[in-house]
Design a protein around this ligand. Structure first.
Ligand code: ADP
Ligand code: MG
Ligand code: MG
Length: 249
């Protein structure tokens, strides 16, 4: 059974149609990559699935773990196990990373009707995930993303993913701005956290290089608001060699 099923999804942003009948089905245990030219609607798809205000759904349906995702509030989507990682992580001066992560986790637990995690249990969890991402645990005391390098921001975001332990992660250009070492650490982190039989990942990327670490089961090309081609990992290599235009045409 598919974990996330998108059928004929259409939407508008600021009155402009962006997604135009996008269908995609992702099963538990699978990693899918979406590639595609700039402006194709990749980030719009991620925001729309997350329920961001201003991304108005005008048609189609999305089910997540058997539930109507589009009927859920953004915080309910997160509590149900949907995680979104973004290209430009926000900085939050005045809030320590550890405090932010604990509040995010306990807010989700509350929505699910679970007890909050104690300070000690939380700290142990956060340190364990920081170690997994080779992030100095001292960084967890610093304000969220403030003064973090590009690589540290991405690793901190993967620590957040590890702490929240989602069922499904949509990672939008998580590889952008990473050097080779950070790319490997982030790739291995994604595998360690998400490559499980009951989880799935949608990786949005322009480059094959992340896919060397996080091997996709399926690769899709998004162009002009639709999935125009799907294939196996070899499709990413074909795209890298030939460019989108040759493959999409
Ligand atoms: P991609 O991530 O594939 O590069 P986006 O989803 O960011 O593409 O953008 C798809 C289209 O939607 C582009 O034409 C972009 O200009 C437009 N768009 C995205 N966000 C907004 C917005 N907030 N307001 C107006 N247009 C937007
Ligand atoms: Mg873009
Ligand atoms: Mg984008």
């Amino acid at each position: 059974m598919s974990l996330l099923s998108i059928t004929d999804l259409a939407n508008e942003v600021a009155g402009k149609p962006i997604l135009k009948g996008l269908s995609l089905s992702i099963g538990a245990g699978e990693i899918h990559a979406i590639m595609g030219p700039n402006g194709a609607g990749k980030s719009t798809l991620a925001y729309t699935l997350g329920g961001r205000p201003g991304y108005e759904v005008t048609g189609g349906s999305v089910t997540f773990a058997g539930e109507d995702l589009l009927a859920m509030e953004p915080h309910e989507r997160a509590a149900a196990g949907l995680f979104l990682g973004f290209q430009y992580p926000v900085e939050i001066p005045g809030v320590s990373t550890v405090q932010f992560l604990r509040e995010a986790l306990n807010a989700q637990r509350k929505t699910r009707g679970e007890e909050p995690l104690s300070g000690g249990a939380f700290l142990k969890l956060a340190r364990e995930k920081a170690a997994l991402l080779k992030l100095d645990p001292e960084m967890l005391k610093r304000p969220v993303n403030v003064g973090f390098s590009g690589g540290e921001k991405k690793r901190a975001e993967m620590v957040q993913m590890g702490v929240l332990d989602p069922k499904f992660a949509i990672l939008d250009e998580t590889d952008s701005g990473l050097d080779i070492d950070a790319l490997r650490i982030v790739g291995e982190g994604i595998n360690a956290i998400m490559r499980k039989p009951d989880k799935a990942v949608l990786l949005i990327t322009h480059y094959q290089r992340l896919l060397d670490y996080v091997k996709p089961d399926f690769v899709h090309v998004l162009a002009a608001g639709r999935i125009v081609r799907s294939g196996g990992p070899e499709l990413a290599l074909e795209l890298e060699e030939q460019g989108y235009e040759a493959v999409v045409a």
